[in-house]
Design a protein around this ligand. Sequence first.
Ligand code: CO
Length: 493
Amino acid sequence: MSAYLELCRQAKRHHNLRHLLTFAAIDRATVMPPKGGEARAEAMAELEGMLHRESRDPAMADLLRAAEAEPLDAAERANLREIQRGHRLALAVPDSLVESRVRATARCEAGWQLQRPANDWQGFLENFREVVRLARSEARHLADASGLAPYDAMLDLYEPGVRSAELDLLFGDLRGWLPGLVQKVRDRQSSERVLAPAGPFTAEAQRALNRAVMERLGFDFEAGRLDTAVHPFCGGVQDDIRVTTRYREADFLHSLYATIHETGHARYEQGLPREWPGQPIALPRSMGIHESQSLAFELQLGLRKSFVEFLAPLIASHFGPQDAFEPENLHRHLTRVAPDKIRVDADELCYPAHVMLRYTIERALIEGEIEPEDIPALWDEQMRDLLGVDTRGDYRDGCLQDTHWAEGVFGYFPCYTLGAIYAAQWFACIQREAPELDSRIVSGDFSAVVGWLDRAIWSQGSRWETRELVTRASGEPINPAHFRAHLEARYLG
Ligand code: CO
């Protein structure tokens, strides 16, 4: 057997084992009883550890070298590039560090569950110092192996190829115009009269509406499910995708838009190429590209006036008629801009500020320029400067609000805003190709949107590195001008 085929066989085997890990995690997040937690964590760590050890097997280095010299076509070369990347990353971080990190982050995350509601920053800090110490060590190992700066090496785990120098340019651009735009939009909206939908809306009725919208968006219920979880997510494998949402009886729009968001993630997974089952070339490109699919659904499509016009009668048919469901009013309600403390509840205009402040802090933290105890003061300062929001003394809805850092995940936050910028870029293309887009959307015909995303992104998998994928899809590298034009047109147009 050729070295390349042997590598493919191993990749397929790991893919199959990861399939089971994924469903162990989905079960934990949806239906597992609390007492199951410890044993589940142990079982998952065992399998995770085995996969890590096998990925660093010295025999793999020989196979990779041999495969390099074999006659491969372009797609096989791309697949080999992704297999190499996995091996390089696994090789960079020692087993002992992976194990210590699993333990430290599990302790920190479990403590956070209680410390956040208690506003207990000092208590959190005791566990968090160790998480930061290990994350810095991981970043240093990855940096040594790649030649990148430590934070860039962490960023590269989630958004391969993107560097903080590029983020500084993108976010510097946003910082220049976004706060002024937020102010202008707020002034303009202050005189608007908006009716909020009046609940309660039962979870059953919400669930039926969510399913109906998912169906219209082309989600394949023969290859996926809609379930309930505390934090909405999308996970699974191509032909078994689990979308989750949560229900608040007072506010069905929260659940509906979380569902539309996760459906965007799900359609990306369901639309990945089928020619290379279990191979890395058939996997999603990156976290930023993944988020660009969810935000293309939730924000670009979901908040268009034409989509809200399509949605309004469907909403009324599930909950009965209300004046608030009149499309014009519903759209004003959905596009209301209000700076606040919580990232996951932030509107489209304020969201990037939450990301930029986290980026500034986590980068300085990983690079060793600040210590964990410096976080709250920086948080307060940035929230004031970027959004005019006072967070002093409020750790609960300030720097303790997310789990990412407690879980040792540094370098992920920028992907949310990269996704928003990419999504605006995709829609600029879609709009150009389909000038009659909105009249089609009103009637529930999303084929222009879905067709473009499928052709340009989903069907491409990991065939191209991100920069090339973006340029092939849209004719240019990432360009925040589309994001700005989109926001100005929607909120000031
Ligand atoms: Co998402």
